[in-house]
Design a protein around this ligand. Sequence first.
Ligand code: ADP
Length: 492
Amino acid sequence: MANSVTVKKRGAVLSVASECTPLVKTGGLADVVGALPGGLAKEGWLLRTILPAYPGLVDRLKSPKVVWSAKNLFGGPAQVFAGKTAKSDGALDFLLLQATHLYDRAGSIYMNPQGKDWPDNPQRFAALSWVAAEISKKGLSDGWRPNVLHAHDWQAGLAPAYLAYGGSRDVASLVTIHNIAFQGVAPASMLRTLKLPRKQFVQDGFEYWGKISTLKAGLMTADAITTVSPTYAQELLEPEFGMGLEGVIEYKRDRLHGILNGVDLKAWNPRTDASIEHTYSPRNISAKVKNTKALEKEFGLNKGAGPLFAIISRLTHQKGLDLVLETLPALLARGGRLIVLGSGDVEMEKAFVKAAKEYPGQVAVNIGYDEAQSHRIYAGADVMMVPSRFEPCGLTQLYALRYGTLPLVSRTGGLADTVIDANDAAVKAGVATGVQVAPSRSDSLEQGIRRICDLFENQALWGQLQKRAMAQPLGWEQSAKSYSALYQSLIN
Ligand code: ADP
């Protein structure tokens, strides 16, 4: 094989998550879980990702085979199908947990068609975690057994816990916190339903203000904890960011590591992106303007003297988008225009729709989720706004950098770690890649809008910033090395 480099085989990892690109995605978690296997394969690790078999997913595997089964998994029969996705879908190695009573339903993966969380979410994800722990303990019928169990977020939090409560010590475990705001809280009355030992329903176990927290269960039992940026790892120790779990984080501090997310450089490449009309690279960045024009047309926006701002986001309090509504007059006064692609809080959706009606030709909104359109926006916008109140890592600003769309972000979490503010010193030193503002403050955001509009007026400088943004090393190499070293240390 051309280019083949012998990689030392290090071990096998079972990655446990509720979503994973390219099969199912509601946010950044899916992209990270989907990119890890590729990054870590280069370090010698074989990752298999276990996901619930939501409707239609098993059909996306090539020659799926049953490798595990149970007559009664949390109230019904279950099977695990193993198989790879097609090459065009990344040829990723999946284990899909099929359990009709838990996962085969209309609506989104977490919510019913009315937008309410499925009432049996605790069971749905406990079942996933249970099976992951069983596979870690006893292996699959194809003989495969992992050395490391890697659990992502609250949905997989019980996997290391089930391992630990079962007394299994020969498989190492790791929990990654992608967002500590989601803690998997369930009523204490579900102890038995979730197959949890009553003696662990204590402060040193998974008890959390009289309830069960599946994330806390994972944090208390895993051999290591990672989160998705160094700054967020520090922030988690503070009550404002730890959201009630800061004491647990402090207690487990010596096991905590901040490893920055990377991006899938193949899927997010303006040079080859099949979703955009005019591909471009840092060398012919002027071709980006054609995407801007196409985007203005697509959204019915007027031309303007200022930058085309964009937001691609869940519309929630975390993302600080209410501050954008407050600062909208300042943005428009500078000839800026705004595109919003997102969905979430109904009130916020309404507020953006109202703004689009109030400022036709200047503000355009698509309430929904559209992967292909998101690529067109990354390619065509001038500025990507990410004014989050907190942001564990954030992928939006990373994709924006890659597409030469300068990020305007809050100075928090992974945003602080990945965007270099264009203050005078950074501009002179030739390192700036965007603009940072203080989180949760509309006056600071307004000032940031003014600053980025000033930069935009100097088109020569703007071009330099774009090229530098596009040249940032955003891939998985560095992070994969960090995860690899961590897996290795856990096995040792
Ligand atoms: P979070 O995981 O908190 O939602 P991230 O910035 O880590 O935030 O990841 C968000 C991911 O979801 C990015 O890949 C972004 O492009 C994508 N995304 C968010 N909203 C939409 C949407 N409405 N349509 C398409 N993609 C979206």
